[in-house]
Design a protein around this ligand. Structure first.
Ligand code: 13P
Ligand code: SF4
Length: 327
């Protein structure tokens, strides 16, 4: 079951092996019932973690699931900004993130003090922020978007209104291409989606001419120009289910292949190669969560997401706008 577990997970297991039950799947299911908890997971989590989730989705689906959640406790299997988003929407619920160090390079590329200054330099601009940002950045924003709805949201803004788009320059550039809107971009990026090699992708396509290339819009332009389809993780999953092709080169974090393979076991999925021989198409932040940490977080009701109430209230407004604009 843990043949591919990262080093940190192996260490965790050594440290805590005497205090955890042997059947973690059963122990987590029992705790879930006892606590009236729901487990929400992103597609970039380890397969084990996807398999214990009540709901697996992209950032938009997870926000909608969090907004409609009836449970007392949300166990969030994803990264910090996602769990924070669940807390913004559910201030009275306990929101647990198994590893508080599960951050995001993209969110980190946009510190609130620098962004506030940038925003102040462009007072006439509407601020649309990608959900991959901190609660502080959300609080400085007018509307939040995800990779699933960014184009649709920008298309709803009056033509004469100038826009700041933050923090992902790659998604921003893709939205500019799709909408024809001239937006001011924050210069942030995701370390996972910037690692794909165009040269290796082209070589892979040459050896698999029947495969469709499917890519996430956080990738760079030189990679996206080879894609047959571009979409959010849910968009990519739906595409492989509805497309006649039997083979796909997947240019995003490789965790999403678990659901693709489950949904279409007879199809073949090839992870796109990074530009070195690393496992860099796995998000190092997402992969910090492990089954052991999920069990311990539920047992200890910690680590939980705690937010400053005035920041939460300010961040809630652009989140609610996004949910209303996504119906
Ligand atoms: P989506 O969940 O919108 O597909 O974005 C992927 C991602 O990078 C999440 O961190
Ligand atoms: Fe952040 Fe990239 Fe990891 Fe998504 S894949 S959580 S954007 S670092």
């Amino acid at each position: 079951m843990f043949l591919t577990a990262p080093k940190t997970a192996q260490l965790d297991r050594q440290v805590i092996q005497n205090s955890i039950p042997l059947d973690l799947f059963k122990a987590i299911a029992d705790l879930k019932k006892e606590m009236n908890a729901v487990i929400l997971a992103h597609y970039y989590q380890d397969p084990d973690l996807q398999d214990i989730a009540d709901y697996i989705g992209d950032s938009l689906g997870l926000s909608q699931a969090a907004a409609n959640c009836q449970a007392d406790v949300i166990v969030f299997l994803g990264v910090h900004f996602m769990a924070e988003t669940a807390k913004i929407l559910n201030p009275s619920k306990l929101v647990l993130l198994p590893d508080l160090d599960a951050g995001c390079s993209l969110a980190d590329s946009c510190p609130a003090d620098r962004f506030a200054k940038f925003k102040a330099e462009h007072p006439d601009h509407l601020v649309i922020s990608y959900i991959n940002c901190s609660a502080d950045i959300k609080a400085l924003s007018d509307i939040i978007c995800t990779s699933a709805n960014a184009v649709a949201i920008v298309n709803q803004i009056p033509q004469d209104r100038p826009i700041i788009f933050a923090p992902d320059r790659n998604l921003g550039r893709y939205v500019i291409e799709q909408t024809g809107r001239d937006m001011l971009l924050w210069d942030g990026a995701c370390i996972v989606h910037e690692i794909f090699s165009e040269r290796k992708l082209v070589e892979l396509k040459l050896s698999h001419p029947e495969a469709d290339i499917i890519a996430h819009p956080e990738c760079e332009a030189n990679v996206l120009r080879h894609a047959d389809f571009i979409g959010s993780t849910t968009g990519l999953l739906k595409y492989v289910q509805n497309c006649d092709r039997k083979e796909f080169i997947v240019v995003t974090e490789s965790g999403v292949i678990h659901q693709m393979q489950k949904a279409t076991p007879f199809k073949k999925f090839i992870p796109a190669p990074p530009n070195s021989n690393c496992a860099c198409n796995e998000c190092p932040y997402m992969r910090l969560n492990t089954l052991e940490k999920v069990y311990l977080a539920m047992k200890n009701r910690s680590p939980e997401i705690i937010l400053n109430e005035s920041i939460r209230q300010a961040a809630l407004i652009p989140m609610q706008r996004m949910l209303e604009m996504s119906i």
